[in-house]
Design a protein around this ligand. Sequence first.
Ligand code: ADP
Length: 288
Amino acid sequence: MAKAAITVKKLHYTYPNSTNEALHNVSLTIKEQEFVAIIGQTGSGKSTLVSLIDGLIKPSSGELNVVAGLEINATTKTEYLSKIHHQVGFVFQFPEQQLFAETVAEDIAFGPHNLGWPAKKIEKAVDEALKMVDLPLELKSHSPFALSGGQMRRVAIAGVLAMDPQILILDEPTAGLDTQATNDLLKLIKDLNEKGTTIIMVTHQMEQVAYYANHVIAMSNGQVVADTTPQQLFRDAQRLKKLSLTLPVSVEVAQFLSKDGITLKNTEPLTLDVLADEIAEAMRRKRK
Ligand code: ADP
């Protein structure tokens, strides 16, 4: 059995300038090497939850364990929180907006430099991170601002990967990208996951949940309202509707077909490929 990468116990969080709880009694476990999708409407608490996991803020009460031994609760000293950043990489929404350096190499080196790594180790980390995001090493001396939108986002992500995080949080990583850049970036995230990185991705796209995640956490009003597999989640269309969440197209088509008397063996085909296979199989059965 995979070990727990993150354990959250009875977590509550209220922003200092607010009287309402942004998170209420959240408990969950994320195992090593899972690909977790966090979903829910705007204001449901997704960003607050991932900020707590990254040690950007401290719980008001309850506790978190991030990777073996790093515990955070309301009394944790702020200096201690920086330890979390060594283990957990955070790719913010539109991360390219945070690019600042004159060259791609300097930008990617910023995080490792802050960790106090020696120059040789930083150089190696920059090269490896560029390779991971599938950008040519020639770009190192270029200005990040001369690149395309998709490339800028990759440079920003390389800056996080250069610190070799065991856990990578991505807040809507494909927002604003075209279809090609979206698919390329998701493939990259999937590759990282397959090589061992635990992925936590905030997304509004149910297709991304269906194609990539093996664990999905749905939030509503600061609470976890579903903590399950995509297959299980998409089985309950009524519940999704209540949460104002949609079904992936492939599952929706399967449900339409079922209403027309064509029942697929797999009632929640998570991808269009699976849907096509299921329809072909149902047709064969019908002809017999
Ligand atoms: P999501 O990421 O799902 O959109 P958030 O975690 O940003 O949700 O927000 C959860 C709740 O916390 C919302 O009610 C939101 O208004 C509130 N909130 C978020 N950030 C702040 C802040 N900096 N100060 C006060 N309240 C906030």
